[in-house]
Design a protein around this ligand. Structure first.
Ligand code: AMP
Ligand code: MG
Length: 282
């Protein structure tokens, strides 16, 4: 299966999430069957990121969005585990601070756009400003409606101006799966800290969120910054899909380890001189 083709939202397409199965898991029956493929992907990402960092011509932005419980934190952790932390920056976007609220909605995200050679992961993102803001009417309709175009233009700026490759993942789970995950959190002392009453008030707005996601996925999937809808009821399949798409995308960049800026043969002479001097001194 070609994951990029299978899960990419074609630019201009109108997304209807009802037609997509969040429980999809391809040809793999379970996590055990998918394990080798996942490990291969993670190894590819490790190798590719090393070259990516040395190459310094590109940057990569990965955006993670999804309803509460969809697995944004888990995906983040899984993907990053394959990368050298020196070349990665993760930023989580929470409710805007009073200072952030005094600026345009892109002001707080722009400083976290990746520099060349680096990978930035957004755990939530500027899309919150057309999601939670739309659902909760935190801004008037004409304000959030104008944001889809601003988002497209901002992402185009990153892509064109800074050679930034952009991958946006929408982690799609079903309403039943969300409740199941909330239950697991209730029962697991290690995850109880993640629980809040707002999980349930937000859940009541499920249909509004789905509508808001559909609009963002439809209006903001572009050639230079495509959305991918990842069926995420199965965490292992979500990890498999995310890692495949990241590895394939990095591979497509035709990364190169830069040529040394020094004359290696000259430096080799210096090495031999140093070695001889060291032997004499002994
Ligand atoms: P969490 O990611 O679970 O720690 O929660 C972060 C919270 O911040 C979520 O409820 C988001 O909806 C909220 N949030 C993030 N960005 C914005 C925004 N631009 N405006 C309002 N709320 C936001
Ligand atoms: Mg959360």
């Amino acid at each position: 299966m070609n994951f990029i083709k299978r899960f990419r939202v074609e630019p201009g397409a109108s997304v209807d999430l009802e037609k997509i199965d969040p429980g999809f898991h391809g040809d793999f029956a379970n996590d055990v069957e998918a394990k080798d493929e996942l490990q291969r992907n993670l190894a590819r990402i490790t190798e590719l990121q090393r070259t990516f960092y040395a190459d310094r011509r590109h940057s990569l932005l990965i955006v993670l969005q999804g309803i509460d419980g969809a697995g944004k934190d888990g995906t983040c952790w899984h993907v990053i585990s394959a990368m050298d932390p020196q070349g990665v920056q993760v930023t989580g976007f929470k409710q805007p601070t009073p200072e952030e609220q005094e600026h345009d909605f892109l002001w707080r995200v722009h400083p976290h756009a990746p520099q060349r050679g680096f990978i930035s992961i957004f755990n939530r993102s500027h899309y919150e400003d057309v999601l939670v803001v739309r659902v909760h009417k935190l801004a008037p309709k004409d304000v959030w409606k104008a944001r889809y175009d601003f988002i497209n233009e901002w992402e185009r700026l990153l892509a064109v101006e800074n050679n930034t490759t952009i991958i946006k993942f929408f982690l799609y789970i079903s309403k039943e799966e969300q409740l199941q995950r909330f239950k697991e959190r209730l029962d697991d002392p290690a995850h109880q800290w993640k629980i809040s009453a707002s999980d349930y008030t937000e859940r009541d707005k499920w249909d509004d969120y789905i509508k808001a996601f559909e609009a963002a996925l439809s209006r903001c999937s572009t050639e230079y910054a495509p959305w991918y809808i990842l069926p995420s009821n199965h965490k292992w399949f979500r990890n498999l899909a995310a890692s495949t798409i990241i590895a394939d995308t990095l591979e497509g960049l035709k990364l190169e380890t830069p040529k040394p800026t020094v004359d290696i043969e000259e430096i080799r002479k210096l090495y031999h001189q140093a070695k001889e001097a060291g032997e004499k001194a002994r």
